[in-house]
Design a protein around this ligand. Structure first.
Ligand code: GLN
Length: 471
């Protein structure tokens, strides 16, 4: 039996029956990482000893080998955020997510690659080199949680924890043919996770199936006194796939924004049609809706996110966190400049500069505050559509994963986040579920639902996945 092909339930059933042990499963994963990761570059830091120490814990993730994106703190383990500036920085404490994983019996294999400080959609901006897509090593795995997606797709972790500010769990999940979930904003505590943009960031879960990613979500959710924006999202506790009625989608309304029908990629267009048919066969009613503000999401997102980024990145100044320049300096300002100049990569610097600019007194009114208003409009338009519809359906990305050496411009890459960003704007739960693989790759389909009703998209995606597997 190939142990690295099994899902969470199959593994835990096997432990109970004595078919294999947790040590055997952990060792298979360690072997796979040692054998395969040289070609993929998913892991930045391996923590096999930490995994071994947790073998006797029982809980939802008991005996499940998993990976954490490298912006999540694990006490005394390197936290690089994919950046040179944090190359040798070790976290002084565990993130809430880490604590929950350990308490649930999860086996942390290591910290995985990401775009620098989660800014990107390719995992090419990591200081630790690009990650390759296990489905086709000439392609990007997506990003910014590309290491998370590649570790799961490459059978180097059962599940992985990523983060999602504008699509970073769903888009790499879609490019690597796995499931990615971003729950309602606040469902998982952000304490101990490096912040990109506070009002958008959400930790998310990734796995080969809706069930695996949901079990991880159940283990991680919960209000924390250390994150004032965290909430108790009970809808997720209600999810029980074993008891789910197969008629769950009968008569339910699902919205497709008309602006999303203009797809350039034929493969994505045809898979999207198949997805619609599957949902109709399950009894859902598709409504094509007008949503005029969706066309503004990219610009609005980049103004708001860069504003938040520029203030969050200010803490990396060579004093508390990470590296300080080893060059000479005369004043403290010079030290800041040199440290940041040497420590940050291109994309991070660009976003800090744009953010600082649009937050400056004379421009904030024209850019930042205007963008906040547009965010409000996008959110109300989505809420309106979600009053009558259980979720909004779209492909996860308008393009297939690009080549690792593709020369696509940054703006073209930003534009490809058009389907994932709205959920972060409105704090809505959203997930990506893959269609069947053809020619090695699959297209991700996205369900964006109502806040605090994550159960609706989880249940729907579970039934959708099951029907799709029968095709
Ligand atoms: N690709 C988006 C960006 O570059 C989203 C990143 C994310 O979700 N962390 O900002």
């Amino acid at each position: 039996m190939e142990l690295t092909k099994l899902g969470i339930k199959e593994l835990q059933d096997g432990y109970k029956k004595g078919d294999f042990t947790k040590e055997e499963v952990l060792n298979s994963y360690i072997e796979n990482i040692e054998k395969e990761d040289g070609k993929i570059n998913a892991y930045i830091t391996k923590t096999f000893e930490l995994a071994k120490k947790n073998l006797n814990r029982d809980g939802l993730l008991s005996g499940i080998p998993l990976s954490l994106k490298d912006n999540i703190s694990v006490k005394d383990v390197r936290l690089t955020c994919g950046s040179k500036i944090l190359e040798n920085y070790e976290s002084p404490y565990d993130a809430d997510v880490t604590k929950k994983v350990l308490e649930a019996g999860g086996l942390i294999l290591g910290k995985v690659n990401m775009d620098e400080f989660a800014m990107g959609a390719t995992t090419r901006s990591s200081y630790y080199g690009a990650t390759k897509n296990p489905l086709d090593k000439t392609l990007i795995p997506g990003g910014s949680s590309g290491g998370s997606a590649a570790s799961v797709a490459g059978e180097m972790a059962v599940v992985s924890v990523g983060t999602d500010t504008g699509g970073s769990t769903r888009q790499p999940a879609s490019y690597c043919g796995i499931v990615g979930i971003k729950p309602t904003y606040g469902t998982i505590s952000r304490y101990g996770i490096s912040t990109m943009a506070n009002t958008f960031d959400s930790p998310g879960t990734m796995g080969k199936t809706v069930e695996d990613a949901t079990i991880l979500l159940k283990a991680l959710k919960g209000r924390s006194i250390k994150d004032a924006t965290s909430i108790e999202n009970k809808s997720i506790d209600e999810v029980d796939f074993d008891k789910l009625d197969s008629n769950y989608l009968k008569g339910k309304n699902i919205a497709i924004p008309k602006v999303y029908l203009d797809l350039d990629d034929e493969r994505i267009e045809s898979e999207f049609k198949t997805a619609i048919e599957i949902l109709e066969d399950l009894g859902a009613k598709i409504n094509y809706v007008d949503m005029k503000y969706l066309k503004n999401v990219i610009e609005t997102y980049h103004i708001l996110v860069n504003g938040e980024i520029s203030s969050n990145m200010a803490r990396f100044d060579g004093i508390i966190y990470g590296k300080r320049t080893t060059d000479d300096y005369e004043t403290i300002e010079e030290m800041f400049k040199k440290t940041r100049g040497e420590g940050f990569g291109q994309e991070v610097k660009k976003r800090i500069m744009i953010g600082t600019q649009i937050l400056s007194l004379d421009l904030a009114e024209d850019y930042y505050y205007k963008a906040l208003k547009v965010r409000g409009l996008i959110k109300s338009e989505m809420d309106k559509v979600l009053e009558d519809n259980m979720f909004i359906l779209s492909p996860t990305s308008p393009i297939l994963p690009i080549k690792l050496d593709s020369q696509m411009t940054p703006v073209e890459i930003y534009k490809a986040d058009m389907f994932t960003i709205p959920a972060n704007m409105a704090g809505c739960p959203s997930l990506s579920v893959p269609m069947n693989k053809k020619g090695g790759l699959s297209v991700g389909i996205q369900f964006t639902g109502r806040r605090m009703k994550d159960n609706e998209i989880l249940n729907s995606a579970y039934l959708f996945e099951r029907s799709k597997n029968e095709l």
